[in-house]
Design a protein around this ligand. Structure first.
Ligand code: ATP
Ligand code: IP8
Length: 265
């Protein structure tokens, strides 16, 4: 069977997250979809896309305290609104993929998934496996889910990606964000910073990896790195690359290495 690549389109790339605007970055989104289409034309591989939330999810989730669990009936409206907002963003992403000629199909996490204290404990993948076998491109995303311990919780795309990579036996994971990869310190912090080409359990302690500068309830780059290091420990490597620099995603999908940060065992 063709190799399975799981790709995250970061909220920081496909929305105006750094301006905290609940707006799609249509230029980035269209270009990335075009790059995916070109890569699929040039090489055979199966692809599953997960996208992040940007302000479409993080802002309402924070406003209604959904990351803290369900403590008041007033939050239920926020549950609905956040879910609707993510569905809207997802429909922009699926439309853009379809326009680029990719057979994309949406897969809504809040309709099927269950968390337990923030950890994904139930997420059926049988339909996804069939879709991938047919060469469709499923598109899932970070969402707000029922949580058996806290009532509601946030499923980050950064938690969903490794979950799916394990269950569907992905060969590779590619994560796009608005920076070139993972640096020794946040490159948006104003000081000097150095891109780290490879991260393992051995050098991670020397790095200062933090949160997002935009509104974010799921832990930013630090959470990503923790999740990806765990995944690497189970034999699945991942790369964090730029989604804002033209051409990088296509080259990465085609198998080129050394484009950002490799996370390996
Ligand atoms: P979303 O969660 O909305 O999908 P995303 O996954 O695209 O967004 P973020 O979670 O916002 O991206 O993470 C990217 C941000 O992480 C960068 O904009 C950067 O400012 C921040 N960051 C913090 N520390 C580091 C670091 N050491 N190296 C690189 N980026 C870092
Ligand atoms: O942007 C967050 O997903 P992420 C989902 O991938 C919500 O972390 C609803 C905030």
């Amino acid at each position: 069977m063709d190799e399975l690549v799981i790709l995250k389109l970061g909220g920081s790339v496909i929305t105006k997250k750094s301006d905290n605007k609940r707006e799609v970055d249509r230029v980035n989104l269209r270009r990335l979809c075009q790059e995916i289409a070109e890569a699929i034309d040039e090489k055979r591989f199966r692809l599953l896309v997960v996208h992040g939330a940007g302000p479409f999810g993080h802002v309402p989730a924070q406003e209604y305290g959904l990351d803290k669990g369900l403590r008041s009936g007033k939050q239920l409206k926020g549950f609905s609104l956040t879910r609707q907002s993510m569905e809207e963003l997802n429909s922009y992403v699926v439309d853009a993929l379809l326009e680029a000629g990719i057979n994309a199909i949406s897969y809504q996490p809040s309709a099927v998934g269950v968390l337990s204290g923030g950890k994904l404990i139930y997420f059926p993948t049988k339909v996804l496996a069939y879709l991938l076998e047919m060469d469709m491109v499923p598109v899932s995303y970070g969402d707000v889910l029922v949580d058996e311990k806290t009532g509601v919780g946030i499923l980050s795309g950064d938690h969903l990606v490794p979950y799916l990579a394990r269950k569907l036996h992905a060969s590779r994971v590619i994560i796009t964000t608005d920076v070139d990869g993972i640096f020794d310190v946040d490159p948006k912090g104003g000081g000097s910073s150095e891109l780290i080409k490879e991260i393992t359990q051995r050098n991670m302690a020397s790095l200062s990896v933090g949160k997002s500068r935009g509104t974010d309830v799921t832990g930013g780059m630090k959470r990503k790195l923790d999740e990806l290091l765990r995944l690497a420990g189970e034999g699945i490597n991942s790369e964090v690359i730029s989604g804002v620099k033209p051409g990088i995603l296509k080259r990465s999908l085609l198998g080129e290495k050394n484009l950002g940060t490799l996370i390996r065992e």
